[in-house]
Structure formats: C-alpha cells, structure tokens
Ligand binder design. Structure first.
Ligand SMILES: Nc1ncnc2c1ncn2[C@@H]1O[C@H](COP(=O)(O)OP(=O)(O)OP(=O)(O)O)[C@@H](O)[C@H]1O
Ligand SMILES: [Mg+2]
Length: 245
C-alpha cells in the first residue's frame, strides 16, 4: 500500500473539521476526493503535505509512519500562483533550485516543456501565458519535485469549461507517462469520474469518508463520460445530501 491515512482528525478554534478520516491509495492509483465546500478537503492535503499537523491519526507511506514534511509528496495547493517577476523556467525550477543544483533542475525542466505544452515559453513571463498554460506551468513545477505521490487541490478549478476539458485530457495522457500515485481534490463530478480510479466522498464537517466509488479498469473517453448519467446523478445526490445534512 502506497499511502494509508488512519483516523485523521483536526479541529480549528474548537470546531471539529475532520473526525476520523480513513483511506488508502495503492501504488500508481489515482484517487479523487469530493465533498461539500468547506468540509476539509484542502485540510487533508495540507496535513499530508506537512503544512498542518493533525490532532489525531497517522499517515503511512510505504508502511512508514510520516511525522513531518516528507519528500514523498509533491503538492499543488488550491491557489498555486506563479511568481510574476520570474520566467516560466525560473518558476518551474523554483523548488529544484532551492533543494538541489540549479543547473540540473533547469536541464530536467527543459526536457519536459514540450510534454507540458509549454515549448517556446521557457523565457516568457507568467502574464504572457494563457490561464491553461499557467496551470500547466504550476503543474510542471509540482511534477518536477521528484516525489512519488502528487497532491492536487482543484488544479483546473479556475479555468473555463473547454480549457478545463483540454487539461483533463492532457492529464489523463500524462498520467500514463508519469505513473504517479495521485490524490486529486475536486468539486467537479465529471472530472473525478474521468480522471480517477476511485472516488472518495467526504461528509460535511466534522468530515469522514461517507462513500467510495470505484471506476477503475475502464477505458475512459469523453463519450464514456457523457453516457454516465445515472452514476453522475447518484454522486450528485449523495453530495447534495451531505451539503444539506
Ligand atoms: N489554518 C486554518 N486555521 C483555521 N481554520 C481553518 C484553517 N484551514 C482551514 N480552516 C477551516 O476549516 C474548514 C475546512 O477548510 P478547507 O479549506 O479544508 O475546506 P475545503 O473542503 O477545501 O473547502 P473548498 O471546497 O471551499 O475548497 C473551513 O471552515 C476553514 O475555514
Ligand atoms: Mg479547498
């Protein structure tokens, strides 16, 4: 088992937000977390990334207990901004330059620009890129962390529907190449169904995992997604039920 979360709990200012969250992610598996707004989805990723300490519970990677910031995780937070005064190359190698050799980080990054649809924009500044390209650059920065588990918090949330669909197609393909274990937080039922092997539905806070839906082993296409009306309805009703509970 790649990642195991046991009994994760946290309260802020006396209000219980997470209360016994348990789940596992297998090596190479893509798991999506959906749940009502404010239920604690980003908080789970913040705890895994080591930004926050939980009050109770344990996190294991490869059966080893994780107690602080761990190089196993690469985190793309909900509001991942590129630094406007740095070029795209400088932005995507930011973490590599801090932790390793700057030249090596740049060499590695330059190889990936084409795969990430950013070829020719190495020395451009963020304002010269479209919204989708900026997201891909933020994504490349996360992917270059050499971690084995990607934590993505609504990576395409700010995009229009066409660009978002393009990014999802791109991620579905990229996934085959990277083979990373991925935990994705999203509001978008279609996105969860299209990208994930398994969907975890969080209850409203104090949150626990209320439902788990497997959509693994399916050749995912847009046509498949369009034909999943019943499943989408079921997930929507569960989410709505949680929101109104
Ligand atoms: N560092 C913090 N200090 C105090 N309260 C916090 C902190 N982080 C999160 N919270 C609170 O915990 C709750 C859950 O926040 P979180 O950001 O995890 O929700 P979310 O499910 O990601 O929401 P959204 O879907 O809107 O992104 C919210 O009420 C938020 O105000
Ligand atoms: Mg959030």
């Amino acid at each position: 088992m790649k990642l195991r979360v046991e009994d994760m709990a946290i309260a802020f200012d006396g209000k219980q937000i997470l209360n016994g969250v348990n789940f596992q992610v297998q090596e190479g598996e893509f798991v999506a977390i959906i749940g009502p707004s404010g239920c604690g989805k980003s908080t789970i990723l913040n705890i895994l990334a080591g930004v926050l300490a939980c009050d109770r519970g344990n996190v294991f990677v490869d059966d080893q207990l994780i107690t602080s910031i761990s190089s196993h995780f690469a985190y793309m937070p909900q509001s991942d901004l590129l630094l406007p005064w740095k070029t795209i190359l400088q932005n995507v190698t930011l973490y590599g330059s801090v932790h390793n050799d700057k030249k090596k980080a740049e060499e590695r990054a330059l190889k990936e620009f084409k795969v990430f649809g950013l070829d020719g924009y190495q020395y451009a500044y963020p304002h010269q890129l479209s919204g989708g390209m900026r997201q891909r650059a933020a994504f490349l920065r996360t992917a270059l962390c050499s971690a084995d588990i990607l934590l993505l918090d609504e990576p395409f949330g700010a995009l229009d529907v066409i660009t978002r669909n393009e990014m999802q197609d791109w991620l579905l393909n990229l996934r085959k190449e990277l083979g990373c274990t991925t935990l994705l937080v999203t509001h978008d039922i279609d996105e969860a169904l299209y990208l994930a092997d398994r969907i975890l539905i969080l209850s409203k806070s104090p949150a626990t995992i209320s439902e788990e839906i497997s959509v693994a082993g399916i050749q995912k296409t847009r046509d498949w997604l369009f034909s999943q009306g019943e499943l989408k309805k079921e997930i929507y009703q569960r989410l709505k039920g949680e929101q109104n509970a």
